[in-house]
Ligand binder design. Structure first.
Ligand SMILES: Cc1ncc(COP(=O)(O)O)c(C=O)c1O
Length: 375
């Protein structure tokens, strides 16, 4: 059987990882400024993480959501404390799209309405509602195009208010920092105004922190740079350092109803053990603070490079916009400098490294990056 060929691949076979480094089958070592697309939070093969997975796997990998799972309760408690959302409720799933799908569904159940406001360049995943709320017609199939979603310009609070005033909106969904959209940040004023409009018109505010959350921005959630408190927050990617998992943090104003939401695999024992280990490492190694500190250094150094038109982002979620397409530069970075980076669109390079990136590794990256630029 052949693989369904939907991914344009770099010709590299990554077989091993350690901290912020990955290794290919030929033994070449790569500095990982991409984190497997913002997924690797505590670093590749962290010993505490591996031990937790191994110990849990030897006890129980999975049992269904029809019995008590104390690991889910432990995770909820730890996540509440780490994030400052102690009073919220946690619903566990397996991916980011699934988290958004459930958040939108719950907003619709709660309000009895069905229109959604999302933003230009938004990316929320590839399941039916999540992809409908994604501003990329190329990945929206006819079966997903159900006119539920109105797209509004990011940071245009008046446009959001005008849509909400029509009275049929169940949810506004916005990324803490837009990732795929090119590292674009919603302002405090904007989010506070959207919060007010949602309250006024009975809509639910969902912050998609799937890429920008879990410490990546230098705060636990990127929206914590602002004063907003959303009704729901969606998480995935870094939550279990590569073990598939997602979640929805749900405000106390939502009453759970038996059977209304559900999943077979969501919150399974092995995933919870991985996610608990991640939060233990966050605490022990101060990773949110590390992301802030190393991110500030990287941004300051990148801003000194004249070839870069603009540097955007917070913490270890950084976008660099160029006047020219970055494809060749990224290829040079991988082939010649052995550095993984991400991209978005044609002109933006994205840095999404593991949150354990050290100052020395950041400095090493800057040197390799300058060499690749010929700077
Ligand atoms: C902001 C955001 N939301 C949702 C998703 C979808 O997550 P997943 O691929 O785990 O379904 C992504 C993935 O890149 C994302 O960046």
């Amino acid at each position: 059987m052949k693989l369904f060929d939907v991914y344009p691949l770099f010709d590299i076979d990554i077989v091993k990882g350690e901290g912020c480094n990955t290794y290919d089958a030929q033994g070449n070592k790569y500095l990982d400024l991409y984190g497997g697309h913002a997924v690797i939070s505590v670093g590749h093969s962290h010993p505490h993480y591996l031990k937790a997975l191994q110990e849990q796997a030897s006890k129980l990998v999975f049992y269904s959501n029809s019995v008590i799972n104390t690991l889910q309760q432990q995770l909820a408690e730890k996540l509440g404390k780490a994030s400052g959302y102690d009073d919220y409720q946690l619903f566990l799933v397996n991916s980011g799209a699934e988290a958004n799908e459930n958040a939108l569904k719950l907003a619709s159940f709660h309000t009895g309405k069905s229109r959604v406001i999302a933003f230009d360049k938004a990316f929320h995943g590839r399941t039916s509602l999540a992809v409908e709320a994604t501003d990329n017609p190329k990945i929206v199939a006819p079966i997903n195009a159900n006119n539920h979603v109105t797209f509004v310009t990011l940071n245009d609070a008046a446009a959001v208010e005008a849509e909400l005033a029509k009275g049929d909106v169940c949810a506004v969904i916005v990324e803490g920092i837009q990732g795929v959209g090119g590292i674009r940040i919603p302002t405090n004023e904007f989010l506070m105004s959207v919060r007010e409009s949602c309250d006024k018109h009975g809509a639910v505010l969902i912050l998609d922190e799937i890429q920008s959350g879990y410490g990546r921005s230098g705060k636990f959630f990127a929206h914590q740079y602002t004063d907003v408190r959303p009704d729901m927050i969606t998480v995935a990617k870094g939550i279990a350092n590569g073990f598939p998992m997602g979640g929805v943090l749900i405000s106390p104003k939502f009453e759970p109803i038996y059977g209304q939401l559900g999943t077979t695999f969501g919150g399974n024992h092995l995933a919870c053990a991985a996610a608990i280990a991640v939060l233990e490492i966050f605490e022990k190694e101060n990773l949110v603070e590390n992301a802030r500190k190393v991110g500030e250094y990287l941004k300051a150094e990148l801003q000194k490079i004249p070839q870069i038109k603009e540097v955007r982002g917070e913490g270890l979620m950084i976008g660099m916009e160029f006047d020219y397409p970055v494809k060749e530069l990224r290829t040079r970075l991988i082939k010649e400098e052995k550095v993984f980076t991400g991209a978005t669109g044609t002109h933006v390079i994205r840095l999404l490294p593991p949150l354990v990136l050290t100052m020395e590794q950041a400095e090493d990256f800057i040197n390799r990056f300058k060499r690749a630029l010929g700077a």
